[in-house]
Design a protein around this ligand. Structure first.
Ligand SMILES: Cc1cc2nc3c(=O)[nH]c(=O)nc-3n(C[C@H](O)[C@H](O)[C@H](O)COP(=O)(O)OP(=O)(O)OC[C@H]3O[C@@H](n4cnc5c(N)ncnc54)[C@H](O)[C@@H]3O)c2cc1C
Length: 435
């Protein structure tokens, strides 16, 4: 394997798009828009498509619109790790809100994971699901202590099954850089391209119309509903769900001011020989460390290292990002210092002011968003919850993540030039140690 310094031949799209059928939907871009439907869903990622499945299955006429190709947002550009996650730790929640509140939130995280798995199985989604478990590694003894404290609490109070790993657990720790870690037994990996496509097909089979390359420009309230203006004409509807997460446009002014968009970066290497990364291959789980600006990785089914990191940083180009990312790969796996990178891509997620994802409604317009890089289980779940609220089933719509009055994110925290500086600050506080 040779390094091509010009990165010639680098494919600047997700490896997850190879051999998936997401492109089939291009053909439907010419489809005429209906004049009137029960519900318009803006954004055809996992949130919007999951809502479309629920609403269509309940007999509502649904139009899901996407500015680009349906499913081609963050939903098919991600790290492929399915678990019980959000950005808050159990320990911190216990301090801030009390033990009962922490237990309630983490129990619902368990229900969210179960929902994702049940939907995959119940709808027969071809998502590439692998119940492989996850290892969270620590790169310093202080990080290891923090990690052990957190998982000891989660295990004691919510019953999550984990194994605590120390340096002697060679096979479970795929890199010398991890000084310890936890193995979370019930966590999965999936194939984001296939997962998104499977949701798309399910929404269509349930009766939803999913149309790409149609940008929603405005949503205007009128007496009996809304008029949704798009680049291809207007549609009247009783209900609207905004499911645009990190790609929420400026035109959705109220939501736009309540989200901090954050870019993330990933690469795939060329297939590695069978002799490479033997420790990683031995257990073949998903992996990340517990720094704020962490690196995450797993092997693809054709033996590539799929590696992410550098979240929120500024890069002049994807080729420049690749050079930096190769250094980070080499830090964890020195034998890959000259590895060929075949694919590089970026994707965008978003955080709310309180760093929780939320489902809610503002002036009658529903929304579900703010996943902050933990959306593979949460997005379908909150899409479903938003749909249940639209259907008027308040009991089934209930969730701790419901909040109508989202706080505005302070102006500074929404500035695209400031986020890289903030992430650089975290990286300086928690550096990858020099060898
Ligand atoms: C690099 C990366 C790694 C990640 N890793 C993981 C992981 O390992 N595990 C995990 O759980 N989560 C992960 N996530 C997060 C997860 O991918 C997202 O939270 C989830 O996909 C969000 O789904 P969504 O449907 O809400 O948004 P998206 O999939 O981003 O869809 C939003 C859609 O809205 C459309 N849109 C925007 N504006 C308009 C408009 N005006 N009109 C019409 N359509 C519009 C966009 O085109 C887009 O398709 C990661 C995210 C990234 C970027």
């Amino acid at each position: 394997m040779v390094v091509d310094m010009q990165e010639a031949g680098l494919r600047q799209y997700p490896w997850w798009w190879e051999n998936t059928a997401l492109t089939e939907l291009e053909a439907e871009a010419d489809q005429a828009l209906p004049q009137q439907v029960d519900v318009v869903v803006v954004g055809a990622g996992l949130t919007g498509l999951s809502a479309a499945v629920t609403l269509s299955s309940a007999g509502r006429s649904v139009l899901a619109l996407d500015a680009g190709r349906p499913g081609a947002g963050a939903s098919s550009r991600n790290g492929a790790m399915l678990g019980r996650y959000f950005k808050h730790s159990f320990g911190q929640m216990k301090e801030d809100a009390g033990l009962d509140a922490a237990i309630a939130y983490f129990r619902e995280l368990g229900a969210i994971y179960d929902f994702a798995i049940h939907r995959i199985e119940g709808l027969g989604l071809d998502s590439g699901l692998r119940n492989c478990g996850r290892v969270v590694g620590a790169i310093t003894p202080a990080h290891r202590d923090r990690l052990f404290r957190e998982w000891e609490l989660r295990s004691r109070h919510v019953g999550e099954e984990v194994k605590f790993l120390d340096r002697s657990d060679d096979l479970e720790l795929p890199t010398e850089r991890y000084v310890g870690g936890v193995h979370i037994i019930e966590n999965a990996a999936l194939h984001p391209g296939r997962y998104s496509h499977a949701y798309l097909r399910s929404a269509q089979e349930a009766g939803a119309s999913v149309i790409g390359h149609t940008t929603v420009k405005a949503v205007t309230g009128e007496r009996a509903g809304f008029v949704v203006s798009t680049t291809r004409g207007a549609v009247r509807t009783r209900d609207v769900l905004i499911a645009t997460n990190g790609y929420t446009p400026r035109s959705q002014k109220w939501l736009f001011r309540r989200l901090s968009p954050i870019d993330a970066f990933m690469v795939a290497t060329a297939p590695l020989g069978p002799g490479a990364l033997t420790r990683l291959r031995a257990c073949n789980r998903t992996y990340h460390d517990n720094r704020k600006s962490s690196n995450y990785f797993q092997l693809s089914d054709d033996g590539r290292l799929i590696f992410g990191g550098r979240t929120g940083l500024f890069h002049r180009s994807l080729a420049q990002m690749v050079k930096k990312m190769r250094d980070e790969i080499a830090h964890f796996f020195p034998e890959l210092a000259r590895v060929e990178i075949s694919h590089a891509w970026t994707g965008r997620c978003a955080a709310t002011d309180d760093m929780f994802p939320h489902v809610g409604s503002h002036h009658g317009v529903h929304f579900a968003l703010g996943y902050c890089f933990s959306g593979l289980a949460m997005a379908p779940y909150l899409g479903h919850k938003a749909a249940m609220r639209i259907l008027g089933d308040q009991e089934a719509a209930r969730t701790l993540f419901m909040k109508d009055d989202l706080r505005q994110v302070p102006w500074l925290k929404r500035q695209s030039w400031l986020i890289p500086l903030a992430m650089q600050y975290y990286r300086m506080r928690e550096p990858l140690r020099k060898s």
